[in-house]
Design a protein around this ligand. Structure first.
Ligand SMILES: *Cc1c(COP(=O)(O)O)cnc(C)c1O
Length: 232
């Protein structure tokens, strides 16, 4: 399987990101595309690299492990974007350059412990759930700032910002509100928590990334819009 439409699709995505940045008075250089290759074969990573992207996202440890074995640990920047079971924390620390899905204090503690054992500090984003959907992972209000504070004290984990998943809807104002509140939370954390580095906001997927960029996203996680529909 190859990806004949990838470069044209990527060009279109880049135009849309540039336009969203323009509307928001931001620089397009501050937005990184993370190509989400989940369910696609390793070849998809090669195609993504050939198209000029350097950041790849997977949502499952097993699949990340297989892709890293095939492509190489240092060939791209590997992003882990899905829920991690605590017994997989060690592999997550070893395999990911950035873990977007630090979705509980318990997981954060485990990741920090495993990183310390490996003599590493792992980079992560705290996943927040502001969608009101209980099925979505992430730290929810109230009490979220207190949880962030504890996570930011862990010695083996460096917190570089927040990640969120918008609710499953096409209502633009609902999507925007989730992204806006995530950014506000990032700003609040940056002001009040030492050890919280407000470098990243991971928000926006294929159907909502333009709104996410308007609201300050620095990492858009794009699968379908680049690689086509997944047959999951
Ligand atoms: C699958 C996935 C994406 C990409 O979704 P698309 O709609 O295909 O762009 C982004 N983020 C996470 C956490 C995912 O699991």
């Amino acid at each position: 399987m190859s990806y004949p439409y990838l470069s044209a699709r990527l060009a279109d995505v880049r135009v849309r990101i540039a336009a969203a940045c323009e509307r928001a008075g931001r620089s397009a250089a501050d937005v990184t595309i993370v190509a989400v290759t989940k369910t696609h074969p390793g070849e998809a990573v090669g195609s993504v690299q050939a198209a000029g992207l350097t950041d790849v996202g997977e949502n499952r440890i097993q699949e990340l492990e297989a892709k890293v074995a095939e492509i190489g640990r240092d060939a791209v920047r590997w992003h882990l974007i899905g829920h991690i079971q605590r017994n997989k924390a060690r592999r997550a620390v070893e395999l990911a350059d950035l873990i977007h899905s630090v979705d509980s204090l318990r997981l954060a503690r485990k990741l920090s412990q495993e990183a310390e054992k490996l003599g590493q500090v792992v980079d992560g984003l705290i996943q927040v759930n502001l969608s009101g959907e209980e099925t979505k992972g992430g730290i929810e209000p109230p009490g979220e700032i207190e949880a962030f504070r504890e996570i930011c004290q862990l010695p083996g984990l460096r917190v570089l910002g927040l990640m969120t998943m918008a609710p499953f809807t096409n209502e633009r104002e609902v999507l925007r509100s989730v992204f806006e509140r995530t950014r506000a939370l990032r700003d609040q954390a940056a002001e009040s928590i030492s050890g919280f580095e407000p470098r990243h906001l991971s928000m926006g997927m294929s159907n909502d990334y333009e709104i996410a960029v308007e609201e300050g996203s620095t990492l858009v996680r794009l699968g379908t819009v680049l690689l086509g529909e997944r047959d999951e």
